[in-house]
Design a protein around this ligand. Sequence first.
Ligand SMILES: [Zn+2]
Length: 338
Amino acid sequence: MPTRFRPYLCAVFALVFVAAPLSAAPAEVPRVVTTIKPVHSLTAAVMGELGAPRLLVDGAQSPHTYDMPPSDAYALERADVVVWVGPALETFLQRPLESLARNAHHVRLQDAPGVKLLRTRVSGTWASAHAGHAHGGADRGGDGHAAHGGAGTPVSGRGDSAIPSDRIDPHIWLDPANARAMVRAIADALAEADPAHAEHYRANAAKTRERIAALAKDIDERLAPVRDMPFVVFHDAYHYFERAFGLNAVGAITLNPQRQPSARRLHAIRSQIRDLDARCVFREPQFAPDLVATVLEGTPAREGVLDPLGAELDAGPEAYPTLMRRLAQSLRDCLGTS
Ligand SMILES: [Zn+2]
């Protein structure tokens, strides 16, 4: 009697073992929505070959001025995991997260353990951090490279209420140490949403974190020759990058890219360029170049381009390292030649 059932049982087992990986696995990978390209890139690196997250703020758009199309609202409605920096950057997402993605797992990277936050600067002109060529040299730890002083005091994002949320500088990804902390937080969130692939996410995160550490070391070396050169940026997006690599930014044309700077503001920044002998003024692909041209007029400074978001880069795991390398290259190109 039992022998008669064996072929039947074998067939059942075969079905279970063959069918399960084919049908169940792809459906189990969570639908992930991300906001800006750098965050998308870090998330894509953690997901690896399991799937690609969706990107909301694409191309030449800026999170400061983004208008959400219905297709993105639909994606949010279906999302299992939403990864964003926080309300200071993606202000547009605050309400949709509550109304559309209420049940999704929200990853707010500004609160991720290990992310060090900086306060937004209140003035658009900054004292040269490099007067007397004194580098602070305080070791940030973790990245194998030292910070070189600069203005502002970093605080931990974890449970630290030292900075009111509307005073947090949201461009956190431009510090590689923060990017590494963000990668860990993304992997933890994905592992929680999708425990079956937890090992996969954590292994990818470990690889990505190592890669970012090597990238930071490389950029640090490449920027060494131009560290002391004063420059002006379009909007105050680079404080984290400046601190991480000890650069000498002396001002921003605008503190809030949603508003036109006043005539007084433009006058102040032009004086700053002359007084501190700024070599370059950097425009951004997300914003019209005429303001930068106005500021440059009649000064010996040159025009460069810095892109904190990677407007022209293909979205994906390579976007983040490429974006960081290009920032370094643009700074070198403009500040380095005499
Ligand atoms: Zn910005």
